[in-house]
Design a protein around this ligand. Structure first.
Ligand code: ATP
Ligand code: MG
Length: 398
């Protein structure tokens, strides 16, 4: 018995009225991009989506599909002819698979799109249910709260059966809400922040600041790997790697040590804001969580925010480290994040950063430095990597 297609149910998208088709198209593209190595075809309908497997393995596809934001749930579907014996046989195999050797309760739920079919839904439920019960041990019928439901859809061209419903990631399709720049360090927090925004439909342009030779190529590779993991959740990500050494050295030389952290973050914010503008993004996302470290007090956030009017989104602001680590484990970034390679900030971190920096003070210290040419140079020398695959190659798939 092989699965022929997957039925995908929309979550929140279905409440989106006139924007619905925009959202379902986004999701379709995200799925095609994610499954580019399989021979699948996607048919997005108004209220559900079908994914034709064309011989691809359901288990392989399932593994990827569970991460796609915007999917409420999905079911693998088996196709048979309208021959009643064939339907019954397929039903029995599906039920055995669903029971997996355990006792269970079930019900049959038939829909008859082909009204010419000789048996009505009641008769079909009875025929199929009877056959399945005779062919199994430890199975009972429960129409109110069954352990699983065997759905049978009779159409003109074929009959489709399914017994399994797999919960999806929920949320909105990545890209449906527009783009934002994610400040992506090699740490635990920012990849989780990116994931949470993607789940709400945001497409990510990631920006990473690195300071060779103080940070190694392995630290850079770590960030590339993190961004690559994030693409599993539905979108392609461009990662902008900004050379930051000169700026960090200049700050280190000019700004009093306890204010270097604040100043560094302010310059990061300005560069991120320019990249935001160049890429048509609407906001900046960080992995800050209130009180977690010195730079994450409200005073500090105010001093950093002072350089821009752009909305700065902090999806983790009210979450604890333990919760963040749990999500990081779930989404597969944890083990990469905890690799020991230094990122640019760890190395330049002062022993006692100011926890309540004053905006006027940092402005005064910075007034002795001309950041503009340094910022321009850094942006000019920024390297951009497209993950997981070049956007142009998508055209062939659509
Ligand atoms: P993370 O776990 O995300 O590294 P953190 O707990 O280390 O965060 P900070 O070092 O204060 O916290 O950084 C706060 C935020 O600033 C990060 O979540 C990230 O969004 C951004 N950030 C820090 N360093 C970098 C960097 N090298 N490149 C890009 N963004 C950075
Ligand atoms: Mg960090």
């Amino acid at each position: 018995m092989t699965y022929d297609r997957i039925l995908i149910r929309y979550g929140e998208i279905s409440t989106k009225g006139r924007n619905r088709s925009k959202f379902t198209n986004k999701m379709k593209m995200n799925i095609i991009r994610l499954l580019k190595d399989e021979r699948i075809q996607v048919d997005a309908q108004r209220d559900r989506m079908f994914l034709y497997l064309n011989g691809a393995s359901f288990e392989d596809v399932k593994e990827k599909l569970v991460h796609v934001s915007g999917i409420q749930s999905f079911s693998p579907v088996v196709k048979t002819t309208q021959d009643v014996a064939a339907i019954k046989e397929a039903a029995l195999l599906l039920v055995k698979k669903a029971m997996n050797g355990q006792a269970a309760s079930f019900k049959v739920s038939t829909r008859r799109a082909d009204k010419q079919f000789p048996l009505d839904t009641h008769e079909l439920n009875h025929e199929i249910g009877g056959h399945v019960l005779r062919g199994t041990d430890d199975l009972t019928v429960d129409v109110r709260q069954p352990d699983f439901t065997l759905t049978v859809e009779v159409r003109k061209e074929a009959v489709y059966l399914s017994s399994e419903t797999i919960p999806g990631a929920g949320g909105m399709p990545a890209g449906a809400a527009g783009k934002a720049v994610l400040l992506l360090s090699g740490g635990l927090d920012s990849p989780v922040a990116g994931y949470m925004m993607m789940k709400r439909g945001v497409e990510i342009e990631a920006v990473h600041f690195f300071s060779p030779p103080y940070t190694s190529d392995r630290a850079k590779q770590k960030v590339i790997d993190l961004a690559n993991v994030l693409t599993m959740y539905g979108g392609s990500i461009r990662l902008h790697i900004v050379p930051f050494t000169d700026i960090q050295l200049a700050i280190h030389k000019q700004v009093p040590e306890n204010y270097t952290m604040t100043s560094t973050r302010r310059v990061m914010m300005q560069i991120a804001d320019q990249i935001r503008e160049q890429t048509g993004s609407l906001a900046i996302v960080t992995g800050e969580s209130l009180g977690q470290v010195a730079s994450q007090t409200m005073e500090s956030m105010a001093a950093i925010n002072d350089v821009t009017n752009t909305p700065v989104l902090r999806p983790l602001v009210a979450t604890d480290k333990l919760e963040i680590m749990e999500v990081a484990r779930k989404i597969g970034t944890h083990d990469i994040s905890i690799l020991p390679f230094e990122d640019c900030c760890t190395i330049f971190t002062p022993a006692a950063p100011k926890t309540k920096p004053k905006t006027e003070k940092v402005q005064f210290f910075e007034s002795f430095l001309d950041f503009q040419p340094m910022i321009e140079k850094a942006i000019k020398e920024t390297e951009t990597i497209v993950l997981p695959k070049a956007e142009e190659e998508m055209d062939d798939l659509l």
